[in-house]
Design a protein around this ligand. Structure first.
Ligand code: FE
Length: 131
């Protein structure tokens, strides 16, 4: 039986424009809020047009020793030049970049999944230690 995980692509965000870059501290204090930024296009710009754009980025946290991942944020990028006058004639384009503030009490792994409306799902991860 095919699984969705088979369709989530992995690559280095520095060389593949679809992969979300995760920026967060390597080590955080338990119970203290820290910023996690996710960006598609940090190194290589991704198109942002009505026909081709990043639709959303999901952020998950998988704590060490736990059985299941936790969904911590969903960022929807809704404006891509749509207009009644025609595609790409609208006034607004959402940039595929967002920041969540998160508290954790265990070390673990942040996972970001980005959706391109044409090229599908792309993942990256970043470890977070708890001091
Ligand atoms: Fe794309």
């Amino acid at each position: 039986m095919p699984e969705i995980s088979e369709h989530i692509h992995h690559a280095d965000w520095k060389t593949e424009k679809h992969v979300p870059a995760i920026d967060a501290a390597d080590s955080v204090k338990a119970g203290e809020a820290f910023a996690v930024s996710v960006t598609v296009g940090k190194e290589i710009a991704h198109p942002n047009t009505t026909e081709h754009h990043i639709s959303w980025i999901d952020l998950y946290f998988f704590a060490e020793g736990e059985k299941f991942a936790h969904h911590v944020a969903h960022f929807e990028f809704s404006a891509h030049g749509e207009s009644g006058a025609g595609p790409n004639l609208g006034p607004a384009y959402t940039v595929s970049q967002a920041t969540a503030f998160l508290k954790v009490n265990k070390p673990g792994m942040l996972h970001a999944v980005a959706m391109c409306n044409i090229h599908g799902l792309w993942e990256s991860s970043k470890a977070v230690a708890v001091a």
